[in-house]
Design a protein around this ligand. Sequence first.
Ligand code: UDP
Length: 310
Amino acid sequence: MRVLITGGAGFLGSHLCDRFLAEGHTVVAMDNLITGNTRNIAHLAGNKNFTFIHHDITNYIYLNGDVDAVLHFASPASPIDYLKLPIQTLKVGSLGTHNALGLALAKGARFLLASTSEVYGDPLEHPQKETYPGNVDPIGPRGVYDEAKRFAEALTMAYHNVHGVETRIVRIFNTYGPRMRLADGRVVPNFIAQALRGEPLTVYGDGSQTRSFQYVSDLIEGIYRLLLSNYNDPVNIGNPEEMTILEFANAVNAATNNAAGVIYKDERIKGDPQTRQPDITRAQTILGWQPKVKLREGLEHTIAYFREVL
Ligand code: UDP
């Protein structure tokens, strides 16, 4: 296959580039580099099956030649980023998704949308099944990301229903691993950087809010299987092992031998989900997928990466 990966220089996009190249495919990565970084794909320079195009996909996408699949991963994704870049976030989720779908239609390519557990907002159903419609405040601070992704899902389904584009929608739950940006403000890079500096970890609120963290290689496997499947409805891909943010802080401190403990900060963004846990029955049934990497192991790889970056 020849695949286009939008957001190809980002955290997830760059891991997808690696996976598709390893499977023998040809990869075109596109990124405007506002949150992505060419450092993430520098190791692919010189690979004859790999091309990087510096382009903002909210503008029309020109691409010569055949394309078999479009994986749409371009978007700011951390709350700090999308609070700083609200309009860019809305534009890439709407105009960017429209352009990427238009390209898929013109090329007869399969299309896979990177959606998110944020479509569930601050969920009133727990754990979250794909059938749960969500609890999102459109004008809340997180609405710019949540609604952009919800719109992107709606547009993707419309292209499937109206134009018959072969579409896939993955709802990605909190994912961590090497190539996350040190300063992207999310809990994983924040905690690991603080721990490696011997500082206390900044727990927002009382730390009772929960998340379920999946290691990046598990996600990439799920996405690969989903693309090759024939399933059009959204599929949650996440690790159901749920923990409080305080428990997660303790796990990071233990894995780094950091004795500085935690400090509590009153910095929760309005609408910060109190709980989040994927129901992965659909992924298990349809894709035969489930996460394999334990938190301890995933943290080790991620800590090693951040140690080098620091
Ligand atoms: N969080 C925290 N300390 C930090 C950064 C984040 O306690 O230094 C909390 C945040 O309030 C949220 C959770 O960790 O409840 C996960 O936040 P993140 O930004 O990683 O992503 P989210 O899952 O909210 O999209």
